[in-house]
Design a protein around this ligand. Structure first.
Ligand code: HEC
Ligand code: HEC
Length: 190
């Protein structure tokens, strides 16, 4: 079922690719991640604006199985390192556009405190920058952030030790609601 769906998406995105001009590669990704890497669906991350190195590392992790995926592992496997590098260059030059999504103001306010205490050393400037390869969290889709954090929490994916400690501290202090408040904080960045 999933294969059929991915196949259909890949076929329709072939058409989009032709209109992008220049390098046609990123067009394949447009069906899910948006033409300029800005995703319109809340379960699919925006990939515009990530540094090339971050992008390459992530695609490599999908390829080697270092990172769990619902479908990106199969997609990443279809590309050579050179092609991945070129796509990385392409998306790094596109601006990250923050998702327009409803967030809970009171919760985001509460989450700010936890984010500053436990996450800001790596997710600098309220998660708006990608320094040191953590990706951009500010304005990323909330549903996607929840999936990611759940994967980390369950220990499915490799994670920096300090990030794990941060997550555990928040859980200890404020439970799952505390963690949700941190994600609300990042998602609410306009
Ligand atoms: C059929 C939909 C679909 C297509 C097509 C697709 N992606 Fe994805 N992408 C996803 C989903 C869903 C995720 C979240 C991981 C997962 O569940 O596989 C993701 C995650 C990613 C991530 C990780 C982002 C992060 O914040 O960690 C990168 C990078 C990425 N995709 C790049 C690409 C590139 C490059 C292409 C084109 C070659 C592409 N994707 C095509 C659906 C898609
Ligand atoms: C020691 C540095 C560090 C700290 C502290 C840290 N993170 Fe991270 N975080 C990272 C790195 C590096 C990645 C990228 C991992 C990857 O792509 O495999 C990441 C990725 C993420 C992602 C997934 C982003 C994406 O696009 O896929 C989320 C969500 C996240 N962190 C949330 C948090 C939260 C919430 C906290 C605070 C509780 C936190 N992090 C603390 C380094 C850190």
């Amino acid at each position: 079922m999933l294969f059929v769906w991915v196949g259909a998406v890949l076929m329709t995105t072939g058409v989009v690719a032709a209109t992008l001009g220049g390098d046609r590669l990123p067009g394949v990704c447009a069906g899910c991640h948006g033409e300029e890497g800005v995703s319109a669906g809340s379960a699919t991350p925006t990939i515009a604006g990530t540094k090339t190195e971050t992008f390459v590392q992530r695609m490599r992790d999908f390829k080697t199985g270092n990172r769990t995926a619902t479908l990106m592992d199969r997609i990443a496997n279809g590309y050579t390192d050179d092609e991945i590098g070129r796509m990385g260059e392409y998306f790094s030059k596109r601006p990250f556009e923050r998702a327009q999504q409803p967030t809970d103001r009171a919760m985001a306010e509460r989450g700010k405190h936890f984010a500053e205490q436990y996450c800001a050393s790596c997710h600098e400037e309220a998660g708006t920058v990608d320094d040191g390869r953590p990706g951009i969290l500010a304005g990323q889709w909330l549903s996607y952030l929840r999936f990611r954090l759940e994967d980390y929490r369950l220990g499915v994916d490799r994670i920096p030790k300090k990030m794990r400690l941060g997550i555990e501290s928040i859980l200890h202090e404020a439970g799952v609601e505390g963690l949700e408040s941190v994600l609300q904080f990042y998602a609410s960045q306009k």
